[in-house]
Design a protein around this ligand. Structure first.
Ligand SMILES: NC(=O)c1ccc[n+]([C@@H]2O[C@H](COP(=O)([O-])OP(=O)(O)OC[C@H]3O[C@@H](n4cnc5c(N)ncnc54)[C@H](OP(=O)(O)O)[C@@H]3O)[C@@H](O)[C@H]2O)c1
Length: 220
């Protein structure tokens, strides 16, 4: 039975990722800040992705556990609807921390677990809003943090290649979650089913790809 480890599993996309893989017979390790109140129907681990000590403790608890798919999904969008007139620079730094630095730190801490598995895959929930090629305004913190994630994860691809690990950057679509809002295009089931299809067919030779939930490539 393959094993999924997913962050931000208590709500939104992460919760549906955990549910979908468990329904498909995977062992699911669902990470979130407060597993006790999450009401998840699978194995859980407490993790604040922005807290180095929390990551270190998690890595210790998971020592010796192969992880076929490590999915860095947790994220924040602190500047939704804000402009440069009311920007919060502290929140921008926090977005860089949670969305860009934290996923790389976690991936590096758990690379041995992924290398010891059969699947050997690391997925990162990025966003088309991290695409520099897109001509749209605002959301400086969120956009730049996801662009930084894209850059860092494509460097990580090079560092984990000798371990046989592949890396995939995913845009989930515009999805109806707390972050996406009620007016978004698609529901979590559609998004996660699509992303799972992409990952199920993902080849090592594609490592470093940036694709949406339909498998369509995105411009950097
Ligand atoms: N929804 C969309 O349209 C959309 C589009 C493109 C990309 N994305 C990306 O998809 C991912 C999931 O988004 P979503 O729509 O599911 O958002 P969401 O409903 O707001 O959920 C965000 C998740 O991230 C977790 N999280 C935030 N900071 C954390 C931390 N420091 N440690 C651990 N967990 C933390 C939250 O946990 P708490 O409950 O503890 O805060 C929550 O589980 C994000 O990376 C987001 O940027 C979403």
């Amino acid at each position: 039975m393959p094993t999924l480890f997913v962050t931000g599993a208590n709500r939104g996309l992460g919760r549906e990722i955990a549910r979908r893989y468990a329904a498909d017979g995977w062992r699911v390790i669902a990470a979130c800040r407060d597993p006790a109140s999450a009401g998840l129907d699978c194995e859980t681990q407490a993790l604040d992705v922005a807290d180095a000590a929390s990551v270190e403790a998690l890595a210790g608890r998971l020592d010796g556990t192969p992880i076929d798919l490590l999915w860095n999904n947790a994220g924040i969008y602190p500047d939704k609807g804000r402009t440069l007139d009311d920007i919060d620079y502290g929140a921008w730094l926090e977005a860089m921390h949670v969305n860009a630095l934290a996923p790389i730190r976690l991936a590096w801490a758990l690379k041995g677990n992924v290398a010891a598995s059969e699947g050997k895959l690391m997925a990162f929930t990025s966003s088309q809003m991290g695409s520099i090629a897109r001509e749209s305004a605002g959301a400086y913190a969120y956009r730049s943090s996801k662009a930084a994630l894209n850059m860092a994860a494509t460097r990580l691809k090079i560092d984990v290649a000798p371990l046989g690990i592949a890396v995939c950057l995913l845009h989930p679509g515009w999805v109806r979650t707390d972050m996406g809002g009620a007016e978004a295009d698609i529901d979590v089931e559609t998004s996660v089913a699509g992303m799972k299809r992409v990952l199920d067919g993902f080849e090592a030779a594609e490592s470093g790809a940036f694709v949406d939930y339909r498998g369509d490539p995105l411009a950097w």
